[in-house]
Design a protein. Structure first.
Length: 288
């Protein structure tokens, strides 16, 4: 029996309560476990996102949902947890419908808008029939993630309104955001556009590229309707920094520190600290 929930209700509550649900990308068992334990400790709802590339790395859709469901049971996780496809193709979203995922993102932002709308419409019907929540996207997110490269085109409110008419649980919009580290030349999210986009959406907006945005900008965006914020790079960086320190300091050569449970322990704790700070910044702490 899965304890996972879909995202619709927690996103709606966040939208009304003016906070955001952290979507944390998972890459392996340690990632998933660190996020779940922290969500329980912080009493925060959370969305575990997996891209097609990460799913392939971990073994496949069933491995990922089996692992997350197992962790929920074994660790007695009682806060709301969503298992979500991140930047899914139309085919991946369809496959995930029968594999234990409770939410999918269809990323049709690189298609002509008519195709994006048509496929989003089909997936809106398929997901609704299975009580699975849907995220759609229009406007592109700058930078590169899992081979998907975007030029950072800001979403058009008219297109947002057409997608909103399909009644997805949430809409991702290009709003001056970038995947991966923000370049020095980047200054700000496109706040003048967010206002119109948010009005057209009338529901929770999703901010991708949530790593490295100044906290004041994140919180301003939340007040304007952002209800889900995706974070991947910052966990990758905190995990890598802790492992790097363990290796460079020479600790790796002491005793039995080649044991993966010792080698990876610092990264695990660092990821937990990063997730906890995001929950505080996004206002989702104690909102379970
Ligand atoms: P970052 O890697 O920039 O945090 O972005 C994550 C993301 O948007 C996943 O969809």
């Amino acid at each position: 029996m899965t304890r996972l929930v879909n995202a619709r209700e927690i996103i709606q509550k966040a939208y009304e309560g003016k906070y955001a649900i952290p979507h944390i990308n998972i890459n392996n068992l340690e990632w998933a476990k660190a996020v779940l334990i922290t969500a329980q400790e912080k009493n925060s709802p959370v969305i575990l996102g997996a891209t097609g590339g990460a799913i392939k790395w971990m073994g496949g859709l069933q491995t990922v949902s089996g692992m997350v469901n197992g962790l929920m049971e074994d660790l007695n996780i009682t806060v709301p947890v969503v298992l979500h496809i991140d930047h899914g193709s139309y085919e991946l979203c369809k496959q995930a419908l029968n594999k234990g995922f409770t939410s999918v993102m269809y990323d049709g932002s690189h298609e002509p808008f008519a195709t994006n709308l048509e496929k989003s419409k089909e997936l809106a019907q398929l997901t609704a029939a299975k009580n699975i929540s849907l995220e759609v996207e229009v406007g592109t997110i700058g930078g590169e993630e899992d081979g998907i490269v975007g030029d950072g085109e800001v979403a058009k409110p008219k297109e947002i309104a057409q997608l909103a008419a399909l009644n997805p649980a949430m809409i991702a919009a290009g709003i001056g955001n970038i995947h991966g580290p923000y370049p020095e030349s980047w200054t700000s999210l496109a706040f003048e556009a967010i206002e119109d986009i948010s009005k057209a959406a009338g529901r929770g907006l999703v901010l991708h590229g949530g790593s490295g945005i100044p906290v004041e900008q994140v919180q301003k965006a939340i007040l304007m309707g952002v209800s889900k914020i995706n974070v991947n790079t910052e966990l990758q960086q905190s995990n890598a920094a802790a492992i790097k320190e363990f290796v460079i300091s020479g600790k790796i050569d002491q005793g039995k520190n080649f044991d993966p449970r010792k080698l990876l322990a610092g990264g695990f704790e660092a990821m937990k600290a990063t997730v906890a700070s995001k929950m505080d910044e996004f206002g989702s702490t104690n909102k379970a």
